[in-house]
Design a protein around this ligand. Structure first.
Ligand SMILES: Cc1cc2nc3c(=O)[nH]c(=O)nc-3n(C[C@H](O)[C@H](O)[C@H](O)COP(=O)(O)OP(=O)(O)OC[C@H]3O[C@@H](n4cnc5c(N)ncnc54)[C@H](O)[C@@H]3O)c2cc1C
Ligand code: FES
Length: 289
């Protein structure tokens, strides 16, 4: 059992949990993930290690409540509570090469997982340009953390309420224009965002790494759930990734596969919501007549 030491709310749907696990904190590297079970009868979900501290013996997860398990976590994982299981670090660590200049791009929730990579490139002596994108100003998080590790930071918002108005691809295009010597781009976010980041860098022939998020079940390369096509070959994201060459990934297939269980996911969320509402009503204090 792993204790939750801190929790922070970033928006109505996004929150951070800092979880005690000294061994995992020691072993973690940028780009890796964990598989979490909130309770013994819960499902296993993959979450990126968004930060880790050997000194505190903790790892940090940033979670977006999108379905049954992540909403359950949003409602029920409080400071002092225990996570039933936490397996990791999983996946191949990101390759932090000897590049001189790199752009680290995070879209929405992808801002959290790209942070350890930005920090690692900075520690290696690279000139780091951060491009982080949100729908609007009130959804921005970790701006200070990025300013600490980036030589330049471009914030993009859909509505123009902070930074430049536009998508992260606009920020990437702007950075490439001012720095024609960019050697690598790391892009993490929703598949459609990673797809268009890769299309933005393709004509410039800039190596572009993305972190894929297909549906995962066992996380050990055996079930085939996380199958992705990269450069015409089949890869299993949990053991061969999650980082892949963005110019080689079949993003359309990834998006189709992510939608495959939409009906079941909806049903499961509805069942959970009904059970939760019933429980809350049962727990309501009885008003004396
Ligand atoms: C390597 C990896 C790292 C991830 N890191 C994070 C993270 O740091 N923070 C975070 O909030 N989410 C992360 N995800 C996605 C997260 O695992 C899913 O959002 C979660 O499993 C959804 O579970 P649910 O029961 O809440 O929703 P469900 O009802 O199961 O699904 C809701 C939506 O999430 C998508 N989804 C379902 N299962 C997965 C899955 N295993 N992986 C990806 N998408 C899925 C579905 O397409 C659907 O649109 C990561 C996924 C992978 C593969
Ligand atoms: S999650 Fe089963 S093979 Fe990757």
């Amino acid at each position: 059992m792993y204790e939750i030491l801190a929790r922070e709310e970033f928006s109505e749907s996004t929150f951070l949990l800092e979880v005690q696990h000294p061994l995992l904190a020691k072993a973690a590297n940028p780009g890796q993930f964990v598989i979490v079970m909130v309770r013994a009868d819960g499902e296993r979900i993959p979450l990126t290690i968004a930060d880790y501290s050997v000194a505190r013996g903790t790892i940090t997860l940033v979670i977006q409540a999108v379905g049954k398990t992540t909403r359950d976590m949003q409602q029920n994982c409080r400071v002092g509570d225990m996570l039933y299981a936490l397996v990791g670090p999983m996946g191949i660590p990101s390759h932090i090469g000897e590049v001189q200049k790199v752009i680290c791009v995070g879209g929405g929730l992808g801002v959290a997982p790209v942070f350890p990579q930005a920090r690692a490139f900075k520690q290696r002596g690279a000139y780091v340009i951060g491009v982080i994108g949100f729908r609007s100003k009130d959804l921005i998080f970790w701006e200070d953390k990025f300013r600490d590790v980036c030589d330049e930071l471009i914030i993009c918002t859909d509505d123009g309420s902070a930074g430049i108005q536009g998508l992260v691809t606009d920020g990437v295009a702007q950075a490439i224009e001012s720095h024609p010597d960019i050697e690598e781009v790391i892009a993490i976010g929703p598949p459609v965002m990673m797809k268009f980041c890769a299309e933005t860098t393709r004509p410039h022939k800039i190596k572009t790494m993305v972190s894929l998020n297909p549906i995962m079940v066992d996380g050990t390369g055996m079930c085939g759930g996380c199958r992705v096509s990269v450069g015409g070959e089949i890869k299993f994201c949990c053991v061969d990734g999650p980082d892949f060459d963005g110019h080689q990934v079949d993003f359309d297939e990834l998006m189709r596969r992510l939608d495959r269980f939409k009906a079941e996911e909806k049903q499961s969320l509805e069942r959970w919501s009904r059970a939760t509402n019933c429980r809350l009503q049962d727990e309501e204090p009885h008003t004396p007549q």
